[in-house]
Design a protein around this ligand. Structure first.
Ligand SMILES: Cc1ncc(C[n+]2csc(CCOP(=O)(O)OP(=O)(O)O)c2C)c(N)n1
Ligand SMILES: [Mg+2]
Length: 360
């Protein structure tokens, strides 16, 4: 730490890296603590907070200007960080300062000056890729339902004000791709943590937190079977979530890998939850299951019925609804990156790699 002759005299200029070094933790941990996040042990939190308290943040010139020299106002020196993290670090810092009865003042011009890059060229590159490799999917040739279509229609009919939740697998990727999110905190999923079973309880939490908002869980037929017992809680406690099961009859994400990389040697990925050609059984039958749990159970198998059934579900606001969408069993998620390969080996369809050369 050093004293600076830039108007900050008398105060130490501490960056997040220095706080991290002093506390012997990573920058990410410091940012977690100042963000007030829960995933830090009490011991670490106290340690980081003590270092922050002891060393303080520096007064930055413009901030001091803005504060008009009033005491109790401090500026924050934050190293160049990606803009995505900036606001959360800032709000965390404000919170930490507030605890010490200090106020945060930041000059927006400093912020812009420091962090705004010239991305014009990068955007041109992105636009070229977007035009050349647009998001899309093929309609199944056998006339069965495209899972992407179902998800796209839910997104269109429920709109950007709804909250969407997903499980883990192909349906999760399609929900990320084919719903046009416009608002923050409207897309809940377990990301790379890959928590099958996440959708039902997460949707319940969202609905309890935002009772006026429509909450759709886009779930897989595999994932749904991990936590569907919570339908009982939904029915008993009156939590009217809407659950779209994207029923491809299998653990689709795993099956996709078995198709592409294991010569179609399907192992332990078939589920019996679609109509068995021999005896007509569905194990389980999700419509009956929903009914047994005191929820409304619906089924949709044809493209022409998709909108009507989504609207039917949208009109029911006093009971949980489960829709069993029977979709093509072999639809694949594209683009994808195979295990052990680099991101630049991405494929946008089977054996189809993008051309990376830029057209000069
Ligand atoms: C608890 C758990 N077990 C296993 C996995 C590995 N896994 C990732 S996706 C997936 C298949 C999910 O199947 P389904 O819910 O039907 O979704 P689909 O891919 O068919 O859309 C599995 C087994 C996981 N992520 N979590
Ligand atoms: Mg599935």
């Amino acid at each position: 730490m050093s004293e600076h002759g830039n108007g900050n005299e008398g105060r130490s200029r501490v960056t997040i890296r220095e706080i991290a070094d002093l506390a012997g933790v990573s920058i990410a941990t410091v940012s977690r603590v100042v963000n007030g996040r829960g995933d830090v042990s009490d011991e670490t939190r106290e340690l980081v907070q003590r270092v922050v308290r002891e060393h303080g943040y520096s007064v930055n010139r413009s901030a001091r200007g803005l504060s008009g020299g009033r005491t109790g106002f401090v500026g924050v020196t934050i190293p160049k960080v990606h803009p995505v993290y900036f606001s959360s670090i800032l709000s965390g810092a404000a919170e930490a300062l507030h605890e010490q009865d200090l106020r945060l003042v930041l000059s927006p011009t400093d912020h812009e000056h420091d962090l705004k890059g010239d991305y014009a060229e990068w955007w041109t590159t992105l636009e070229t890729w977007r035009t050349k490799y647009p998001l899309g999917y093929d309609e199944p040739e056998d006339g069965t339902l495209a899972p992407q279509y179902v998800i796209e229609r839910i997104g269109k009919l429920a709109g950007p004000e709804a909250v969407y939740v997903a499980g883990v697998g192909q349906h999760q990727m399609w929900a990320a791709h084919f719903i046009d999110y416009e608002n923050p905190r409207t897309w809940l999923n377990s990301g790379g943590a890959g928590t099958m079973g996440y959708a039902v309880p997460a949707a319940m939490g969202a609905k309890v937190g935002l009772p006026e908002v429509t909450v759709w869980a886009i779930d897989g037929d595999g994932c749904f079977q991990m936590t569907n017992q919570e339908l009982a809680t939904c029915a008993i406690e009156g939590i009217p979530v809407k659950i779209a099961i994207i029923n491809n009859g299998n653990l689709g994400m795993v099956r996709q890998w078995q198709t592409l990389f294991y010569n179609k040697r399907y192992s332990n990925t078939d589920l019996g939850d679609r109509k068995n050609e021999l005896d007509g059984t569905r194990i389980p039958d999700f419509v009956k299951l929903a009914d047994a749990y005191g929820c409304i159970g619906l089924r949709c198998e044809r493209k022409e019925d998709v909108d009507a059934i989504i609207e039917q579900a949208m009109a029911i606001n006093d009971q949980p609804v489960v829709i069993d969408f029977i979709v093509h069993k072999d639809a694949m998620v594209w683009p994808m990156v195979a295990a052990g390969t680099s991101n630049s080996d991405i494929k946008f369809a089977r054996d189809m790699a993008p051309e990376w050369e830029t057209s000069e």
